[in-house]
Design a binder for this molecule. Structure first.
Ligand code: NDP
Length: 447
């Protein structure tokens, strides 16, 4: 069978089987056509029906999470873990706590995680999990009780050689601490069961910063390759969580000016550059909304709505909030405003139409599965330190992260040049990530 026909058949099968899983179908549809040139050259993958198998998670777990709020009322949420692919290592991927979480979103995230983890060059498979629990507005004791209940069930399905969750939207150091404490209470002290742990108990220096820093390193290497740098570049950033904050920090360190950040209500435009100390204080310490930022920084402006509706000339865009935040019209606005590079700190923040606009307008595009792989890469470094009972310095971890991001960028660039159009880093990421996993699956008898 021809490769093109084969991938169309897989897509059609999934659309019939899971018509309501729009995010998962989108992630697969973005992936499949890009690997056609590679399949044309390697019909053995078609003979093994590797795509038909790889789009099915190895295991999906769903469970109830009952917990008590501060008023004494019993609440219940849904908990999930999707163990997608363990061909090259234990399942690895974050936990997301957000009201929008459902099986479709976790399958899209888990599917992308397979290829992202493969691209890091480290021995980690793909997984993702979470809950439709909304941490916003909850007290610390409520968060703790929820995490304890969630881990009571999840602990039966994870382990250092089986599945090693980490954070994602709504899950940071505080949540990982409570989850770890409950795992320890139920099983034993095992540092290797979660990553993103606080520094006081086997966390890795540099993990908090890794995803944001990594996305900026990806762009740094891309710019260097084109004889350019971050110096004096105007950068638009969305989000104001873990990824966005440290992307802004690294942009500033490298001489660029990050002028925006956002949350789900609105965005801040600070033309002098985001005041990082203030942003960290509001988001990490006080856990308040972005409206507070402009109260304390008179030159900055706050607008309701999407940051991608801002009309301003800029050089680089780093979407670091959530999936599908940039659609066709927003991508057209970025291109018209002079943006030359889009690198995704978030997972799948650009719709497929938006990506098409980037390609049509010569905007260089670093897809999430390559550009935000620094987080999971440093999580894998945390696993190594835990196994060796060692703690590397921040400089050591940061140096390794920079090397890994350079390697990912070069792999995407070179693979794109070999199999697809030059500079199509999404195709490069998909093909390179896929090849390693597919070979491992075949060598293991397609288990
Ligand atoms: P956080 O929870 O720390 O921050 C998320 C940010 O995105 C917040 O500012 C939040 O605003 C905003 N946001 C969330 N949902 C929406 C929405 N529906 N519309 C608009 N804004 C929204 O999460 P992270 O920074 O960890 O994650 C951000 C992205 O990066 C996600 O796509 C995640 O999957 C991806 N990622 C994260 C990694 C990590 O290591 N943490 C690793 C790789 C990728 P609000 O407070 O209003 O909800």
């Amino acid at each position: 069978m021809q490769a093109k026909q084969y991938v169309e058949q897989i897509q059609q099968y999934l659309e019939e089987k899971d018509p309501n899983q729009s995010e998962f179908l989108q992630a697969v549809e973005e992936f499949l056509p890009t690997i056609v040139p590679f399949l044309d050259e390697h019909p053995e993958y078609i003979e093994h029906n590797i795509l038909g198998i790889i789009v099915e998670p190895e295991r999906m777990i769903q469970f109830r999470v009952p917990w008590q709020d501060d008023k004494g009322n019993w609440q219940v949420n849904r908990g999930y873990r999707v163990q997608f692919n363990s061909a090259i290592g234990p399942y690895k991927g974050g936990l997301r706590f957000h009201p929008s979480v459902n099986m479709s979103i976790l399958k899209f995230l888990g599917f992308e995680q397979i290829f992202k983890n493969s691209l890091t060059g480290l021995p980690i498979g793909g997984g993702k999990g979470g809950s439709d629990f909304d941490p916003k507005g909850k007290s610390d004791p409520e968060i703790m009780r929820f995490c304890q209940s969630f881990m009571t069930e999840l602990s039966k399905h994870i382990g250092p050689n089986l599945d090693v969750p980490a954070g994602d939207i709504g899950v940071g150091g505080r949540e990982i601490g409570y989850l770890f404490g409950q795992y320890k209470r139920l099983r034993e002290y095992d540092a290797g069961v979660l990553t993103g742990k606080p520094l006081g108990f086997n966390g890795s220096l540099g993990r908090t910063e890794a995803t944001g820093y990594g996305a900026v390193y990806f762009v740094k290497h891309l710019l260097e390759d084109k004889g350019d740098s971050f110096q004096d570049k105007k950068v638009l950033v969305s989000g104001s969580g873990n990824v966005a904050i440290y992307a802004i920090e690294k942009v500033q360190e490298l001489g660029g000016t990050a002028v925006t950040c956002s949350d789900s209500n609105g965005y801040v435009y600070d033309k002098d550059g985001i005041d990082l100390d203030l942003l960290k204080d509001i988001k990490e310490v006080r856990r308040e909304r972005l409206t507070e930022y402009v109260k304390e920084r008179s030159n900055a402006e706050y607008f309701e709505g999407s940051v991608w509706d801002l009309e301003t000339a800029a050089d680089i865009a780093l979407p670091c909030a959530t999936q599908n935040e940039i659609d066709k019209a927003k991508a057209e606005r970025l291109a018209a405003n002079g943006v030359k590079v889009v690198a995704e700190g978030a997972n799948m923040p650009s719709t497929m139409d938006a990506v098409k606009v980037y390609h049509e307008n010569g905007v260089l595009y670093g897809p999430g599965k390559a550009a935000n792989a620094g987080g999971v890469a440093v999580s894998a470094l945390e696993m190594s330190q835990n196994s060796q009972r060692l703690s590397w310095t921040k400089e050591e971890v940061d140096g390794k992260l920079d090397d890994i991001m350079k390697n990912i960028y070069e792999t995407c660039r070179d693979t794109a040049a070999k199999y697809s159009e030059k500079d199509n880093y999404a195709a490069g990421a998909n093909i390179a990530g896929f090849a390693k996993v597919a070979d491992a699956m075949i060598a293991q008898g397609l288990v």
